[in-house]
Ligand binder design. Structure first.
Ligand SMILES: *Cc1c(COP(=O)(O)O)cnc(C)c1O
Length: 370
């Protein structure tokens, strides 16, 4: 007889007992606004180049990929250099970058290298719901510092908490998920200066910001302990390709190289990502439309009598509902999937196409009886 019928029967690590695998429900409804993806599919030109790339690598699939992903990291460094204001001092090269299967894996590498037993990872809540999972999986402890009433980081409480806990990793998402709020560069500078440990700035949504040029990338020459993490999953419209990356001082990249699994980035991931980067302008061409939809939501949600947090990302947090699960469920029944996440009483909606946005608004008006 099989004694291991369910998770509860297994000799699991105690901290995993009673937990569930992370993930937004993948429900098949007409309008999916729950995972902050870019809703626009690739162009014919990109699809053709992906097919060509696949034909080229297929004949070598018996071989392991480039373990160091040098060509891809060179392309990523070039891409990031174009994001920096032209006045910025240093050009990034491959050695300043690291890539993995999504920025979630990049941040796991950072936690594996720099956190661990008896070490703390500090972050500012509410924030990305995956952070406690990397921390748990790397046997580290998680320190939460509450954001201010406006969901921004209060510098004074940040500095106090850093002095008190001396965390080995500080994680800051800006624009933050799920609130959409931005942390300004002066605050990041003050935090990076307050510790000699690792400060990670997760800029997954930076391209959607009203000021994408105000990026922590510009602070890298000043701070050897600073890491900027980015992803191709959101603005870049490449979520299925699974590519995230970082920019930092090369010694930090070397630390990630120690903990990564051998050949962690497959041949097809590397080649497909390079196709995406070669079409960067086109891949990012819908960002302005998504920003406009976001701004439209920020204006129209209050008109329905709903509160909304000012967002710099491609989503909005709106509320507050006495029973948010009920609102979520009724929206699903009306064909619209949003995300039940963040502080109690709030829901998060991604900026989709204008048509998806209209579908969301009419569903919400119906649910709220307006
Ligand atoms: C979506 C998201 C990411 C990206 O994850 P990938 O693994 O690169 O797809 C990273 N950070 C935050 C805060 C996010 O919301």
């Amino acid at each position: 007889m099989n004694p291991y019928v369910s998770l509860a029967d297994l000799p699991l690590r105690p901290e995993l007992k009673g937990t569930q695998p992370y993930g937004a429900p993948q429900i098949d409804v007409p309008v999916r606004l729950n995972t902050n993806e870019n809703p626009y599919p690739p162009s014919e030109a990109v699809i053709t180049d992906l097919q060509k790339a696949f034909a080229q690598i297929a004949a070598d699939i018996n071989r392991y990929p480039d373990r160091e992903a040098i060509e891809l990291r060179t392309a990523l460094a070039d891409y990031l250099n174009q994001q920096l204001p032209s006045t910025s001092p240093s050009g990034l090269i491959a050695e300043n970058t690291w890539a993995a299967n999504g920025s979630n894996e990049v941040m796991t590498h950072l936690c594996q290298a720099f956190a661990g037993p008896d070490r703390k990872v500090l972050t500012f809540t509410p924030t990305y719901s995956m952070y406690p999972e990397y921390v748990r999986n790397t046997h580290s402890s998680y320190v939460r510092v509450a954001r201010g009433a406006d969901y921004r980081i209060d510098l004074k409480s940040a500095l106090t908490a850093i002095a008190e806990h001396d965390p080995h990793v500080v994680l800051i998402a800006t624009p933050n998920n799920p609130t959409g709020t931005t942390t300004d560069l002066d605050t990041i500078r003050a935090i990076a200066a307050a510790t000699d440990k690792i400060v990670v700035i997760d800029e997954a949504y930076q391209e959607f910001s009203r000021h994408p040029e105000l990026t922590a990338l510009s602070l890298l020459p000043e701070f050897a302990n600073l890491v900027v993490v980015r992803t191709m999953s959101k603005a870049f419209a490449f979520a299925g390709g699974r590519v995230g990356y970082l920019a930092a001082n090369p010694a930090i990249v070397d630390a990630c190289r120690i903990v990564r699994l051998p050949y962690h980035l497959s041949t097809q991931t590397q080649r497909f990502a390079m196709v995406g980067l070669a079409h960067a302008g086109e891949m990012l061409s819908n960002v302005a439309k998504l920003r406009a939809v976001r701004d439209d939501m920020l204006t129209r949600l209050p008109q329905l009598g709903v509160e909304v947090i000012d967002s710099d990302a491609n989503f909005c947090l709106f509320g507050r509902f006495d029973d948010r699960h009920d609102v979520w469920e009724q929206l699903v029944q009306n064909g619209v999937l949003v995300r039940e996440t963040g502080p109690d009483g709030w829901l998060r909606v991604s900026a989709g196409t204008p048509a998806e946005c209209e579908a969301f608004f009419s569903a919400l008006a119906r649910v709220l009886g307006r």
